[in-house]
Design a protein around this ligand. Structure first.
Ligand code: CDP
Ligand code: CDP
Length: 216
C-alpha cells in the first residue's frame, strides 16, 4: 500500500466525519464518507418504494447503483444527494441495509479501489477492522450517547429539521446496536486503533490530537 490510508471509525455522532474532513484538508488528501454510501443506497430504496427487509430487492438496487465522490459532493447515479441522505427516514433504515453482506461487498470494493489510487482518510464503522486492515493510521472515536445525541440534534435543528433529541438518541442507540451486532464486518474497534473519547472536547482539540499522531 503506497498511498497514505487513514481509518476513522466509531459509533454515530462521535465526530468522525467532521474530524476526518478537516484532517483531509490539513494533509491535502481525499476524504471519503463511507456512511454516505450506505445512506445513498437506503435513500434510493426508499425512493423506489423497495421494502428494506426484502434483501433480494435491496441487493438488486445496490448492484445497479453508481456512487461517486467529487469536490465534497456525493453523487447517486450522477445526481448530487448530499442533503437527501441526512433525513431521519434514511437514518432509521440505513443499518438494516448496511447489514446485508452483498451490499457491503459492493461498497467495500469501491472504497478499496479509491484507496488504491489515492491517499485518503475514510470514516465509517469497519474501515480499520475490515476494509483497510493495513491502514497506516487507525482512530476510533467515541463519546457518550447523550453528547452524540445533542450534537446531532443541534446540527439537524440548524438545518431546519423538526426532530426531538429523544428521537435522535433512540436512533443512534438502535443503529449502534444493529451495527455492532451484525454478522459481517460489524462496528468494532480494531485492536491497533487509537481510541479518542471526544466527550467534552472541541472539534479543534480532537483534530489536533489526531494530527499529532500522524507523521508524514
Ligand atoms: O453520521 P452517522 O454516524 O449518523 O452515520 P453514517 O456514518 O452516515 O453511517 C450511517 C450508517 O451506515 C451506520 O449507522 C451504519 O449502519 C452504516 N455504515 C456501515 O455499516 N459501515 C460503514 N463503514 C459506514 C456506515
Ligand atoms: O460522523 P459522525 O457521525 O461520527 O459525527 P459528525 O457528523 O462528524 O458529528 C456530529 C456533530 O457533532 C456535528 O455537528 C459536529 O459539528 C459536532 N461535533 C462536536 O460538536 N464536537 C466534536 N468534538 C466533534 C463533532
Amino acid at each position: 500500500m503506497n498511498n497514505l490510508v487513514i481509518a476513522v471509525d466509531g459509533p454515530a455522532g462521535a465526530g468522525k466525519s467532521t474530524i476526518a474532513k478537516i484532517v483531509a484538508e490539513k494533509l491535502n488528501i481525499n476524504y471519503i464518507d463511507t456512511g454516505a454510501m450506505y445512506r445513498a443506497i437506503t435513500y434510493k430504496c426508499l425512493e423506489n418504494k423497495v421494502d428494506i427487509n426484502n434483501e433480494e430487492e435491496v441487493k438488486k438496487i445496490a448492484k445497479n447503483t453508481n456512487i461517486d465522490f467529487k469536490d465534497n459532493n456525493i453523487y447517486l447515479d450522477g445526481k448530487i444527494i448530499n442533503e437527501e441522505i441526512r433525513t431521519m427516514k434514511v437514518s432509521n433504515n440505513v443499518s438494516n441495509v448496511a447489514k446485508i453482506k452483498e451490499v457491503r461487498y459492493l461498497m467495500v470494493d469501491v472504497q478499496r479501489e479509491i484507496g488504491k489510487r489515492n491517499s485518503v482518510i475514510l470514516d465509517g464503522r469497519d474501515i480499520g477492522s475490515y476494509v483497510f486492515p493495513n491502514a497506516h493510521y487507525k482512530f476510533f472515536l467515541i463519546a457518550t450517547p447523550q453528547e452524540r445525541g445533542s450534537r446531532r440534534h443541534r446540527e439537524l435543528i440548524e438545518k431546519g429539521y423538526e426532530v426531538t433529541i429523544d428521537e435522535i438518541i433512540n436512533d443512534i442507540i438502535k443503529r449502534d446496536e444493529i451495527d455492532s451486532n451484525r454478522e459481517f464486518a460489524p462496528l468494532v474497534k480494531a485492536t491497533d486503533a487509537i481510541e479518542i473519547d471526544t466527550t467534552g472536547k472541541s472539534i479543534n482539540e480532537v483534530v489536533e490530537l489526531v494530527v499529532s499522531k500522524i507523521n508524514i
